[in-house]
Write a protein that binds this ligand. Structure first.
Ligand SMILES: Cc1ncc(COP(=O)(O)O)c(C=O)c1O
Length: 446
């Protein structure tokens, strides 16, 4: 038993009840606004909150700009590619990080002025599109072969293209598919010297799913070791270091029992966690802490005399609370089982078996959380929104809110069995946002 406990590490802390109630209370304060949308439109609905998105983007930018001399924020479109969200950011001067021709076309449609194009396996057509918009696009190369491919495309149009190279952060297992190993970075810069059209001037890395800046700091330490070996003249050519995304929102990761180490062990032992409806929380650092620690690591580990802009590619941190889902109860099969009109095809995966979000009954508001399987109407038992709801009761016709569904849901939605929700924007005064240009002014970039 002691050994099992050691294997599991420290038990996952439970989500603080007072914090949860406070969060539900704040959402209930906007109840009439949500109910009006549900009355006016069909159900289910994606409810988009561009003001919240812009507010987050501004906070993110200010956190990093407060500790670094030059910063560029590029929203990772893959996180939520809803055109309303993407265009709100582009209109307000934020850059976009795209990972395919489809996303690049969307970014160009939204008139984004600064775009980084990353991702493995870019096709000739995709690179051609980047070349044709070279005034706005920096290509983040993924391999030596891609460097040659981009050089050929750029030569065809006689256009000089700005580029960076992605370096691998984990050199074994599935993550090694991204970028080149750090020990090939010098050779890559040497190879790029012979390119007439590709202007290699940056380095990108990305670390996924971080509750704090430790992984960033570790990788920056390694990168610094490699850059110290570069000749000073080569280092001077580096105009940007792109530190990628992966910053967890500061409310932390909210989990169902099944997603905790103990829950996983119970599953493996054939003792399912269906009767454990407690909620758990992995704490996350604030964005200020992320920014301070990353800036300190860059300052400490990268060689002096370099003059680069730090690019960041946040996805989740910006759009976690920029979209909510509204559902209606269609059927009440018992006190502890209801079926809703929306299925998890709206989010594209079995999210709520692992991740916890409060399901809030807006029609019968209450701060007590009651046990009830809130299922969707797809023909799969995994179509679950949650195991509880907040409210005084639950009946057919009730409107349910599943909040904070901005990240990795809409862009993963599936045409599966039932129609997808319609989208509607939450009306509010557009947040006044400091244009990003004000903070990267003078860099003359992109
Ligand atoms: C290259 C790159 N940048 C940025 C992101 C955004 O990450 P997050 O949404 O966790 O901030 C991702 C996500 O997979 C990514 O692959």
């Amino acid at each position: 038993m002691v050994q099992v406990a050691r294997l599991l590490g420290r038990p996952t802390p439970q989500l603080d009840r007072a914090e949860l109630i406070q969060c539900v209370r704040q959402l209930l304060d906007r109840r009439q606004q949500f109910l009006a949308l549900s009355r006016e439109r069909a159900s289910p609905l994606y409810v988009l909150d561009t003001a919240a998105l812009l507010d987050r983007a501004r906070q993110f930018l200010q956190a990093f700009a407060g500790v670094l001399p030059k910063v560029g924020v590029f929203y990772a479109v893959k996180c939520n590619n809803h055109p309303l969200l993407v265009s709100a950011l582009a209109r307000n001067g934020f850059g976009l990080d795209v990972s395919s021709g489809l996303e690049l076309a969307l970014a160009l449609d939204c008139d984004a002025r600064q775009i980084v194009f990353s991702g493995p396996g870019k096709t000739d057509n995709e690179l051609e599109m980047a070349v044709q918009h070279a005034g706005h696009v920096t290509v983040l190369l993924d391999s030596f072969a891609e460097l040659d491919k981009l050089e050929r495309q750029a030569a065809k149009f006689n256009v000089r293209v700005r580029a960076g190279i992605r370096v691998t952060t984990v050199e074994s297992g599935i993550w090694r598919k991204f970028g080149i190993p750090l020990d090939q970075l010098a050779a890559f810069f040497t190879r790029a010297r012979s390119c007439r059209y590709v202007h290699l001037c940056g380095i990108q890395f990305h670390l996924s799913w971080n509750l704090n800046a430790r992984a960033h700091v570790r990788f920056i330490t390694r990168l610094g070791g490699v850059l110290r070996e570069f000749k000073a003249r080569r280092r001077e050519r580096i105009e940007f270091i792109d530190i990628g995304g992966g910053y967890w929102p500061s409310q932390g990761e909210w989990l169902q029992a099944e997603a905790t180490p103990l829950g996983k062990l119970r599953q493996a032992l054939g003792r399912p966690t269906d009767n454990d409806h407690r909620h758990y929380r992995l704490p996350a650092a604030s964005i200020t802490e992320f920014a301070e620690q990353i800036a300190a690591a860059l300052q400490q580990h990268l060689p002096g005399g370099m003059n680069y802009t730090v690019y960041a590619e946040p996805g989740r941190w910006l759009c976690h609370d920029a979209m909510h889902i509204l559902l209606r109860v269609l059927d009440r099969k018992s006190e502890s089982l209801v079926i809703t009109d929306g299925g998890i095809n709206a989010v594209g995966w079995e999210r709520y078996e692992h991740d916890y979000f409060p399901v809030i009954n807006l029609s019968r508001p209450g701060l007590e959380e009651r046990e009830c399987l809130v299922a969707g109407s797809l023909c799969t038992p995994h179509d679950i929104w949650g195991y509880n709801y907040f409210g005084d009761d639950i009946q057919p016709g009730d409107v349910l809110l599943v909040p904070f569904q901005g990240a990795y849901t809409y862009s993963l939605k599936q045409e599966f069995i039932k129609p997808l929700p319609r989208s509607v924007e939450l009306a509010s005064a557009a947040a006044e946002v400091l244009p990003q240009d004000a903070l990267v002014a003078g860099t003359g970039e992109v």
